[in-house]
Design a protein around this ligand. Structure first.
Ligand code: OOG
Ligand code: NI
Length: 464
């Protein structure tokens, strides 16, 4: 090969930029949202003169306005396995298993994402990917027909598959190949405004579940949303409503906090897009699936922190369900319940509720004890940002974007083994990734300080 090799991080960056361009063209409202987020981030920076310096220190400044994630849904196990190979070219690997059936959504999911902190910093783009569970479609005929319809489609171009094979054989792509790969891969995620089935068949699936129709009735896994980060999600939420972009009624996740945890997100509701149906009469109609999302991320929680989060959220939902006519009650209840979650870094860390990254500080110290080093400024600590998703939140996203009828009661247990079998590999455990990052950062920092530590930082975190 004469071509110089391109890193996976670079290919992901090119892909993320191309995907963004495509989505802005396909969904103009998304571009409108991008402008609003830009204005609000600008105001947030102007309001708080310290903010820029803080963001620059953590590396987050350069990622302002850069898409964090997108989401797709596929129908067949082979399609999921193909996506695993495609995303691997871009350094995106399956992390986490999400069972959406408790929320009445007949899919299970993972997130293809970069894993190393350095890679995330270079390009944070990830794709939340769901696989249909046909066994949860109600109605024997619909179930059988869905498999038949899906078996007829091919979601990757032959050239894309060939380039994936080249990558797998050589461990890398050359420059020209990388550009071509991104171009070919985009075809898989493009919206074509064309159903593969008749209007009647589409309607049958839409009635069964709007999400099933979105998966079964089209050429492939069109990108269903992209997500921008923001510095002030509450301001974006207000602005979206003021400018008529029709946001969901609540910001999902915890309430606004001094020490942000996990993530908060909101979106404008799915827009109606014209669709041509198959069949002689070339019927036309519309399909509602695609939206734009905004997120603001906080610290990754340990198992202990997550359990506390889950309990407080469950209590909130039980006491004041977020009904459209009672949003203020829900928000007030959320704030009240989450007062039980410590809201400063020191307490969160002392109680082992979140993961932290350590680095050598500016001062020198003769001490060796971590807490003493921190107190004396020889060691610094910052929260590790959560890079994954909330099952509850994900389910909320599905529902509020599918209109009426998006919610069904599904009695299905998680089916992680089946998912991993389809995927062709195990999904990585996100908790292990955060724990490893915390432990290795501490080890590196202590080594840099010249402290020979015998105790293993890993052991220190065990059981969290
Ligand atoms: C994915 C929903 C999950 C999020 O931000 O929680 C997600 C989907 O609608 O297909 O992206
Ligand atoms: Ni999302």
């Amino acid at each position: 090969m004469t071509d110089t090799h391109v890193s996976a991080d670079t290919i992901r960056s090119i892909f993320s930029a191309a995907m963004t361009q495509m989505y802005r063209d396909e969904v103009p409202r998304y571009l409108e949202m991008t402008r609003i987020v830009g204005e609000i981030d600008g105001e947030a920076l102007a309001r708080d003169p310290e903010l820029e310096a803080r963001l620059r220190r953590s590396g987050a400044f350069d990622l302002i306005g850069v898409e964090r994630h997108g989401a797709i849904r596929v129908g067949r196990p082979e399609e999921l396995a193909g996506l695993r190979r495609l995303f691997a070219v871009m350094g995106m690997h399956p992390v986490g298993y999400y069972d959406l059936s408790p929320a009445g959504v007949p899919v299970h999911s993972t997130c293809f994402r970069p894993i190393e902190a350095q890679s995330i910093r270079r390009c944070p783009f990830r794709i939340f990917t769901s696989l249909l569970r046909p066994e949860l479609i109600e109605g024997e005929d619909l179930r059988r027909e869905a498999l038949e319809i899906l078996s007829r489609r091919r979601i990757f171009t032959p050239r894309c598959l060939h380039l994936i094979e080249i990558f797998e054989a050589n461990g890398a792509l050359g420059e020209a190949q990388a550009i071509e790969f991104v171009h070919e891969a985009l075809h898989t995620f493009r919206w074509r405004g064309e159903a593969t089935v008749t209007a009647g068949v589409y309607e049958a699936y839409r009635k069964a579940h709007p999400l099933v129709a979105d998966i079964v009735c089209f050429h492939g896994p069109h990108i269903n949303h992209l997500t921008l980060p923001t510095l002030d999600i509450d301001a974006v939420q207000t602005a979206l409503a003021e400018r008529g972009l029709d946001p969901k009624s609540i910001v999902e996740g915890p309430s606004r906090r001094a020490f942000p945890i996990l993530l908060r997100q909101t979106s404008f509701k799915a827009i109606a897009e014209p669709v041509r149906f198959a069949g002689r009469e070339e019927a036309r109609g519309e399909h509602r699936a695609r939206f734009g999302e905004i997120e603001q991320r906080g610290a990754a929680l340990t198992a202990k922190g997550r359990a506390l989060y889950d309990r407080l959220l469950a209590e909130t939902l039980a006491a004041a369900p977020p009904r459209d006519d009672a949003i203020a009650d829900y928000m007030a209840e959320l704030k009240r319940r989450f007062a039980a979650f410590p809201d400063d870094a020191a307490t969160v860390r002392a109680q082992g509720l979140a993961f932290f990254r350590y680095a050598p500080g500016e001062r020198k110290s003769a001490q060796e004890d971590v807490e003493t080093l921190l107190r004396e400024g020889a060691l610094r600590v910052e929260p590790i940002i959560y890079e994954d998703f909330l099952p509850v939140s994900a389910a909320g996203i599905f529902q509020s974007n599918l209109g009426e009828g998006g919610r069904r009661e599904l009695s299905a247990s998680a089916s992680r083994e089946a998912f991993e079998h389809a995927l062709g590999t195990k999904v990585a455990d996100e908790m292990a990734i955060y724990a490893h990052e915390e432990a290795s950062s501490l080890e590196r920092a202590l080594t840099t300080l010249g402290i020979m530590e015998n105790r293993s930082p890993m052991a220190e975190n065990a059981g969290r």
